[in-house]
Design a protein around this ligand. Structure first.
Ligand code: PLP
Length: 409
């Protein structure tokens, strides 16, 4: 069997870990026997099944530990972040049919936003989309005003995937609880990067995704606090205590368990070495490149994420030239219907168009080396200078004072 090999660089600098991460070799090693040796169906009444069942329960305990949850039964394995987000919202609106309002934020991932758009248009739900300020912080007054006993569920992300900005989840959860609303958080970007203790928290539901923390793609989990009303999205067999039907993806579940275990072990490193690398990269770029600034809240964000807006150039052009240097990063723009629009997150923060187009996200991981950071620092200023030399807007506007500079300095 030959699978086509699309050209990959022999050696690349991978700084797109918020998009996905490399499966840790130790995670893969734990998974492999489940394909060939421990391949039984965990529901089967024989030793092949039992061997797998035990491994799944081990994995559940690892995820419980990473989240600081009180009970392992609060963890439901799913196919990833999108399924977990959809399940949380759909479950709660079905459990509370008389409550017709949902609160979310303008900067959520499409896994939440697109579902809310659908519920608004097709099922007549009232959706409160809470705005953010120019640093990506949630407007707490608008949030407070949106809360009422009509709200079935609040779904607010723990940390933003583009900027890394962290929301005050505990405070938001307590406020939701005070009006009797269920509080769900999409913590896909936060899990494994910052400590969590859900046992002592007002958070009712939490989504996570394996491929953001060095486990494979297509596996995730939904945390559901014990005692919460829950309606399954997938109905069928009795897997996952009848909360998520379908034969378990046992290799991936074990992979997620191993990844959760490793994430807990490496949490300190993420918050020291990785953070120091991120800060060094950011400071060096800011010092060497004129007319660029950090988007999001630099004082309260994930330790691995840095998003820099370079004025007067397109993020896509930056990515292409970075790619030529073997560097993988991500742009803040989404190519919709043929036109390059800045992302909804950049627009929500009010980042001017001239800068939002050049927003570039560098997201590190524990795989990132100092030499890789040196390489990026060495090439970015030249790439930006080269692109700006081709930009008519840069020529025209470079000398003008930037009215937003004080805000984004
Ligand atoms: N939520 C956030 C914040 C994400 O960043 C992502 C993935 O990019 C998702 C949800 C979707 O997760 P998955 O790819 O596992 O469906």
């Amino acid at each position: 069997m030959t699978i086509p090999n699309t050209a990959l660089p022999n050696r690349g600098v991978y700084l797109d870990n918020n998009a996905t991460t490399r499966v840790d070799p130790d995670v893969l090693a734990e998974m492999l026997p489940l394909f060939t040796e421990h391949f039984g169906n965990p529901s089967s009444m024989h030793a092949f099944g039992a061997a797998v069942g035990g491994k799944i329960e081990w994995a559940r305990k690892q995820v419980q530990a990473l989240l600081g949850a009180a009970h392992d039964s609060e963890i439901i394995f799913t196919s990833g972040g999108t399924e977990s987000d959809n399940t949380a919202i759909l479950s709660i609106i079905e459990a509370y049919p008389k409550k017709r309002e949902i609160v979310t934020s303008v900067v959520e991932h499409p896994a939440v936003l697109a579902l809310c758009d659908y519920l608004e248009k097709k099922r007549d739900y009232k959706i409160h989309r809470i705005p953010v300020d120019n640093k990506g912080n949630l407007d707490i007054d608008a949030y407070r005003a949106a809360l009422s006993d009509q709200v079935a569920i609040v779904s607010i992300m723990w940390a933003n995937n583009e900027t890394g900005t962290i929301f005050p989840i505990e405070e938001l959860a307590q406020m939701a609880k005070a009006v009797g609303a269920v509080f769900h958080t999409d913590a896909v970007q936060a899990v494994g990067k910052i400590p969590m203790k859900l046992a002592d928290s007002a958070v009712d539901m939490l989504s996570l995704s394996g491929h953001k923390l060095h486990a494979p793609k297509g596996i995730g989990a939904l945390y559901v606090k014990r005692g919460l009303r829950f309606r399954p999205m997938l109905r069928g067999g009795h897997q996952e205590r009848s909360r998520r039907a379908g034969t378990e993806n046992a290799p991936a579940i074990v992979g997620l368990g191993a990844a959760a275990h490793l994430a807990l072990t490496h949490m300190g490193e993420e918050n020291t070495r990785v953070k120091a690398q991120r800060d060094r990269l950011e400071q060096a770029i800011l010092a060497a490149v004129p007319a660029c600034f950090v988007t999001g809240n630099p004082d309260n964000r994930l330790p691995n994420t840095c998003n820099i807006a370079f004025e007067y150039i397109e993020g896509e052009a930056i990515l292409l030239l970075l790619n030529e240097q073997g560097i993988a990063a991500s742009s803040g723009s989404a190519c919709t219907s043929g036109s390059l629009e800045p992302s909804h997150v950049m627009r929500a923060m009010g980042v001017p168009y001239t800068a939002a187009h050049g927003a570039t996200r560098f997201s590190l991981s524990r795989d990132t080396t100092d030499a890789e950071i040196d390489h990026v620092i060495a090439v970015v200023p030249d790439i930006i200078a080269r692109l700006r030399s081709l930009s008519p807007y840069w020529e025209q506007d470079a000398a003008k004072p930037k009215e937003f500079a004080p805000v984004y300095s």
